[in-house]
Design a protein around this ligand. Structure first.
Ligand code: HEC
Length: 157
């Protein structure tokens, strides 16, 4: 009985080891295709964990907003796209105050510039949608997504 158990444990161990090695090899292959291992050189926002949880929640909300804007544009509802963009992402003094909670430097860093640029781009999208220009609205949406990633490329948690 004891010997059977030992054999089962040994087989399980080798099976896990082989599958780990295969996964590792696939990961290594993918990493080399992406130019090899790199350090994450983005600037860290040194906040407490609960703040990070809150910030990430707000970020996922932003992604939902982009989805809602896209859905409205898909059915040519430009008014709804404008309202969603303006209400959920547009620039305002209150929005600026909210963003400043996450600003890492007392004197202001690129974080504030990048968040302001993103929110102001949402207003440009709303302007284009209110003017009834669907093509311009779609271009503004693409630029808005770029503004999101401008910050993701520089800052991290
Ligand atoms: C001024 C900076 C900034 C802007 C602008 C910004 N983000 Fe982020 N976002 C961050 C940071 C920092 C993180 C954390 C990245 C990490 O995990 O290290 C993040 C994370 C995220 C995440 C991951 C959330 C999770 O649950 O892990 C999503 C999704 C996201 N952002 C969406 C967006 C979208 C959509 C926009 C634009 C509408 C946007 N962000 C604009 C800074 C920004």
């Amino acid at each position: 009985m004891k010997r059977t158990l030992t054999t089962v444990a040994a087989i399980t161990f080798f099976a896990v080891a082989i599958s780990f090695a295969a996964d590792h090899e696939k990961m290594h292959e993918l990493m080399m295709k992406q130019g090899g291992p790199k350090a994450d050189e983005r600037r860290e926002l040194t906040m407490h964990d609960p703040m990070k949880v809150m910030h990430k929640g707000m970020m996922r909300q932003h992604l939902d907003t982009l989805s809602e804007i896209t859905s409205a544009l898909a059915v040519n509802n430009l008014k709804e796209a404008a309202d969603i963009a303006r209400t959920n992402l547009g620039w305002s003094k209150e929005r600026g105050e909210q963003c400043s909670v996450f600003e890492p430097d007392k004197d202001g860093s690129d974080f504030t510039k990048l968040s302001t640029a993103m929110h102001k781009q949402a207003d440009k999208l709303a302007d284009a949608a209110e003017a009834g220009n669907r093509d311009k609205t779609l271009t503004a949406l693409s630029e808005l997504i770029t503004r999101c990633n401008d910050c993701h490329k520089i800052f991290r948690h």
